[in-house]
Design a protein around this ligand. Structure first.
Ligand code: ADP
Length: 238
């Protein structure tokens, strides 16, 4: 379970990024975090995984009171979560295998099991055949799938995806979306920030919307599908 209770975040320069945000996300949900650029999506994700401290309010992630955690504890928390970004952030001098295995090595995962675990993660994103390639020999869509494999290889309790399709064409964006939904179906909570309504329409789910740091909408999956079906002029089968 993930929750924000009356969270306010103002950056040092006075920019107000989140204003009294309260929300709750259950384990196993797939949630789109929607909003225009600058609405506070990245900041909301960052306060959830402890990258940014809140000024006011409480942040809970599973058993963790994230708003109270010191840097050492945040560091440990990161080992329980996965994050993917718009710009993949793969290490260009490491192979696909090494980019992913690295995560397991730093967390002290048993050496003899690393091989199988990396293969398993790559199979989940459909890229086992790229295991010995370097990122530069992979397309943008493939690099994002490698980044996703890296983010899920340690079986995180939640996967945060910050505009993961931002650099991709519609076809590759859709394939990334399908991968994220597949990961969610296998039990991982997924929170995906996007400004792209067409993606939400393709695979409807709960939508939380931010505007200028305020939470302005929180629509359940059924509500999202009802809106979609009325726009399409037909009943959507739920
Ligand atoms: P989004 O992800 O929706 O584009 P952000 O969370 O990145 O929104 O930004 C929300 C607001 O906070 C914006 O006004 C942005 O300029 C500001 N902001 C983000 N990061 C910082 C920072 N490190 N320092 C100051 N202001 C920031």
């Amino acid at each position: 379970m993930i929750s924000l209770n009356n969270v306010t975040k103002t950056y040092r320069d006075g920019t107000s990024a989140l204003q009294q945000v309260t929300l709750m996300i259950e384990t196993g949900e797939f949630v789109y975090l929607k909003g225009k650029s600058g609405s506070g999506k990245s900041t909301l994700l960052k306060v959830l995984y402890g990258q940014e401290k809140v000024n006011r309010g409480q942040v809970r992630l599973a058993d963790h009171h994230v708003h109270k955690m010191n840097n050492r504890k945040i560091h440990k928390l990161r080992r329980e979560i996965g994050v993917v970004f718009q710009d993949y952030q793969l290490l260009s001098y490491k192979t696909v295998f090494d980019n992913i295995a690295y995560v397991l090595e730093v967390t002290g995962y048993p050496k003899e099991k690393i091989n199988d675990k990396v293969i398993e993660a790559l199979e989940k994103v459909g890229l086992k055949h790229k295991i010995f390639e370097y990122p530069s020999n992979c397309s943008g869509g493939e690099q994002q799938r490698i980044a996703i494999a890296r983010a899920i290889v340690h079986d995180p309790i939640v996967l945060f995806a910050d505009e993961p399709t931002g650099n991709l064409d519609p076809q590759n964006a859709y394939s990334i979306l399908k991968v994220l939904h597949k990961i969610n179906k296998s039990g991982t909570t997924v929170i995906m920030a996007t400004h792209d309504q067409s993606l939400v329409d393709k695979m409807p789910s709960r939508v939380i919307e931010l505007e200028k740091g305020y939470l302005t909408k929180d629509r359940s999956i059924n509500h999202t599908m009802m809106i979609l079906s009325s726009r399409m002029g037909e009943q959507y089968i739920i």
